[in-house]
Design a protein around this ligand. Structure first.
Ligand SMILES: NC(=O)C1=CN([C@@H]2O[C@H](COP(=O)(O)OP(=O)(O)OC[C@H]3O[C@@H](n4cnc5c(N)ncnc54)[C@H](OP(=O)(O)O)[C@@H]3O)[C@@H](O)[C@H]2O)C=CC1
Ligand SMILES: O=CCS(=O)(=O)O
Length: 252
């Protein structure tokens, strides 16, 4: 049976790097995200090496999530690894100036979206059983408070606790669960958070050495390919120049 990875948010950053990393190892890929063009580009890049199925998907829409899962071609099930990666931060200002709509978007994406996809794929993961994995993208922001993190950090604290609780329920099924919690990592995440402000992006990453999406993809691949009896509960990863809080970054 082939190994199949289902990735949410595959159109950028960690998700896209995971698509490349798992393809390198010969896994079949199910790639999802809202930007269809980017999904098609990935299919063009990777489809000659491994089987690739793409589906435009907004994880906030639970019926769309169910439909995508139900329409998975037979060669792409059961799923071996689910990478719940789609997510975002918005509203970089303090809570008292943040827009409620942006708080809702973070909750709908980082919490409801992750729950939607997990719920829809649990039967497939259970069918795979031993060696299957759910890998959830949390963040150091789920543990370390900082100004401007308000709902974003709280949504990642949810991801951590949901991952731990899932572990308890899935005990005995062979399905593993890991909360991967990266620190400062260079990706479009910072452009999304700062509404496309390139100066904010350059300021955050320009004079230090952030993690790259490939660093995170390597760790996720490691987690998914450990022997079936090994479960990493939480993996916190920071750049060497960050210790510990999101603001404790060594700069030139
Ligand atoms: N970069 C960082 O410093 C860190 C990021 N993280 C977390 O890692 C994850 C990936 O972040 P990163 O790769 O850096 O960010 P990017 O902005 O590069 O990628 C985010 C991905 O999420 C997808 N996405 C966003 N909203 C939705 C939605 N409603 N439905 C489906 N897909 C969606 C985007 O695709 P599209 O727009 O095409 O839908 C995109 O592919 C996020 O959960 C983030 O919170 C955690 C710690 C550190
Ligand atoms: O999750 C992202 C990392 S940080 O911006 O909160 O430090």
């Amino acid at each position: 049976m082939s190994q199949v990875v289902f990735i949410t948010g595959a159109t950028s950053g960690f998700g896209r790097a995971c698509a490349h990393r798992f393809a390198e190892a010969g896994w079949s890929l199910v790639l999802t995200g809202r930007r269809q063009e980017r999904l098609e580009d990935l299919k063009t890049q990777l489809g000659s090496r491994v089987p690739v199925h793409v589906a435009a998907l907004d994880v906030r829409d639970d019926s769309a999530v169910k439909a995508v899962v139900e329409a998975l071609p037979g060669d792409f099930r059961p799923i071996t690894a689910l990478i719940n990666n789609a997510g975002l931060a918005l509203a970089p200002e303090p809570a008292q100036r943040a827009a409620l709509e942006e708080w809702h978007t973070m909750i709908d994406t980082n919490i409801t979206g992750l729950v939607n996809v997990t719920h829809a794929l649990l039967p497939s993961l259970m069918e795979r059983g031993e060696g299957a994995s759910i890998i959830n993208l949390g963040s150091v922001a789920g543990q370390w408070p900082y100004p401007g993190s308000h709902v974003y950090g709280a949504s990642k604290a949810f991801v951590q606790q949901f991952s731990y609780n899932l572990r308890c329920d899935l005990q005995g099924t062979g399905v593993r669960v890991t909360d991967v919690a990266p620190g400062l990592s260079e990706s479009e995440f910072t452009l999304v958070r700062n509404r496309g402000d390139q100066a904010a992006y350059d300021k955050l990453y320009g004079d230090t050495t952030p993690l790259q999406p490939e660093d995170i993809a390597e760790q996720i691949f490691h987690v998914a390919t450990l022997p079936a009896h090994v479960n990493i509960n939480r993996l916190e990863i920071m750049p060497t120049r960050q210790a510990w809080s999101p603001f404790a970054v060594d700069r030139d």
